[in-house]
Design a protein around this ligand. Structure first.
Ligand SMILES: CC(C)(COP(=O)(O)OP(=O)(O)OC[C@H]1O[C@@H](n2cnc3c(N)ncnc32)[C@H](O)[C@@H]1OP(=O)(O)O)[C@@H](O)C(=O)NCCC(=O)NCCS
Length: 473
């Protein structure tokens, strides 16, 4: 059986177009600080009319294969997580097959997984399970999380974002699963859903979604601790986690979630809460579960008590989610990418606890162990390839009016046929894919911006990619 299965390599793509939350706040007439301090967000990426979840995932996958020098024939499973519906039947995975078909590889299992922000985790668990199973044929798995999070005008709009992440899966990985330690919680609720198939926007009960998230966190943590304790024979506490990575719809919820885990540790009498902090939390000991989700004093006190640990175990995971916004399925993995970006040289031997949440609802907490790895699959090479700082710096800030105008255009384009885009890819980095046309039969056509060793031959006709990738010698 394959050992230390997990993430060998990663790449992230987010659109170069973004809006500052401070500017959006003023534009929306929200009180100063509501989006930046209240929600804890700095900036939000969004797709313009030339980008979508398919183009972003084409970019992320082709970039990963090229930068880690992976032969496309070596991919045996490809799974996509997304909740951005472009086609109710044809999977995003099939669009990505164009990359592999031209190398003669059509023997690739896997399709798309959908349940709000959880689809990427479902895809990842499927791939890891495949590599660990008797069905594994020795080739790599590939997981893609791709989403464009957009909301109708109103309080949820600043919690949008967009990105695609590609992760190569295999044995002896620098980011490996501690597969025995997993806790899930799945339930039927209407906190966020997309019943209107004519619109890209969700129906969202924001307050309910916050409570559902925290309840799912409690349940997953309980199951996770029980399993850990069964195998390890000792109690789990937050001291056993070097980093805690949360699905991040907006940073304030991440702050509250970590504080909630510490409150759980307090209730479990775990070692992470010292005597002084126990005293501070003791007035809340007898709250019922329901009361504890709405008690503002508890929220404040637990955040205050958790702050020193939050700064060490969570803050390094928050860079990309705060700068790019909610990327739905990619959000959790962008938080993982943030800690690799920030701390890659000191991560070997560390444990990362991941919490994945998808409204509706599905949630899993799982554990990762980090290792130095072997070139090109090392933590420092992953950090170099992702080039997070460079990508953030290269972005173009749009004024809020232009952002709103773009969303209006996208509303008209959603589900539409028979249009060509501006094909304006001046803001896109070389090698980025972009949408050129949707024809009278709703077929989507993409091209790749030339440059960096890629030849100028970017059109895709009848769903067949026509471009050539010319590697520089
Ligand atoms: C999250 C969401 C409900 C917030 O919208 P809202 O109800 O208008 O926002 P609130 O009035 O609660 O304000 C948000 C926060 O900013 C704070 N705030 C408001 N104005 C502020 C200001 N001027 N300065 C600083 N903080 C401010 C509020 O106190 C609140 O913080 P708290 O949660 O610690 O109390 C909304 O953005 C949403 O629905 N998002 C999508 C759903 C989602 O992401 N759910 C997460 C689970 S998946």
């Amino acid at each position: 059986m394959a050992k230390n299965v997990g993430v060998l390599a990663m790449d992230i793509y987010f659109p170069p177009t973004c809006v500052q939350q401070e500017a959006l706040e003023a534009h929306d007439g929200a009180s100063k600080g509501k989006y930046t301090i209240g929600l804890g967000q700095d900036c939000m990426a969004f797709c313009t009319e030339v980008e979508d979840v398919i183009s972003m995932s084409l970019t992320a996958v082709s970039s990963l294969l090229e930068k880690y020098n992976i032969d496309p024939k070596q991919i045996g499973r490809l799974e996509v997580g997304s909740e951005t519906v472009i086609d109710k039947s044809k999977s995003i995975k099939t669009f990505l097959m164009q990359i592999f078909e031209k190398y003669g590889n059509t023997d690739i299992e896997g399709v798309d997984s959908t349940n709000a922000c959880y689809g990427g985790t479902a895809a990842l668990l499927n791939c890891v399970n495949w590599v660990e199973s008797t069905s594994w044929d020795g080739r790599y798995g590939l997981v893609v999380c791709t989403d464009s999070a957009v909301y109708a005008e109103g309080p949820a709009r600043p919690t949008g974002g967009a990105a695609a992440i590609a992760m190569l899966i295999g044995p002896d990985a620098p980011v490996s699963f501690e597969s025995k330690y997993r806790g899930s919680h799945m339930s039927h609720v209407y906190d966020f859903y997309k019943p209107d198939l004519a619109s890209e926007y969700p129906v969202v009960d924001g307050k309910l979604s916050q409570t559902c998230y925290l309840m799912a966190l409690d349940a997953c943590y309980k199951h996770f601790c029980t399993k850990y304790e069964k195998f390890e024979g000792s109690q789990f506490s937050l001291f056993d986690a070097d980093y805690v990575v949360f699905h991040s719809p907006y940073n304030k919820l991440v702050q509250k979630s970590f504080a909630r885990l510490l409150f759980n540790d307090f209730l479990r009498n775990a070692s992470s809460v010292d005597e002084a902090d126990k005293e501070k939390l003791s007035p809340f000991l007898n709250l019922t579960g329901d009361e504890s989700y709405t008690n503002r004093d508890l929220e404040k006190m637990s955040q205050q008590v958790a702050k020193p640990l939050y700064d060490v175990k969570v803050q390094p995971t928050t860079l990309i989610p705060k700068q790019v916004g909610n990327m739905y399925t990619a959000s959790l993995y962008a938080a993982l990418a943030s800690v690799i970006h920030n701390k890659h040289s000191e991560l070997a031997g560390k444990r990362v606890i991941m919490f994945s949440y998808g409204s509706g609802l599905t949630a899993t907490m799982f554990s990762l162990k980090l290792h130095e790895g072997q070139h090109p699959f090392t933590l420092s090479n992953i950090a170099t390839v992702m080039n997070v700082r460079g990508k953030l710096k290269a972005r173009q800030e749009f004024p809020p009016e232009k952002f709103v105008e773009t969303l209006k255009l996208m509303e008209h384009r959603y589900g539409a046929k028979d249009f060509v885009t501006s094909k304006d890819c001046t803001l896109l980095a070389p090698g980025t894919y972009y949408l050129t046309e949707v024809d009278s039969m709703y077929r989507r056509f993409y091209a790749q911006k030339p440059g960096d060793g890629i030849s100028e031959n970017g059109s895709i006709a009848n769903g067949q990619i026509q471009w050539k990738t010319v590697k520089s010698q």
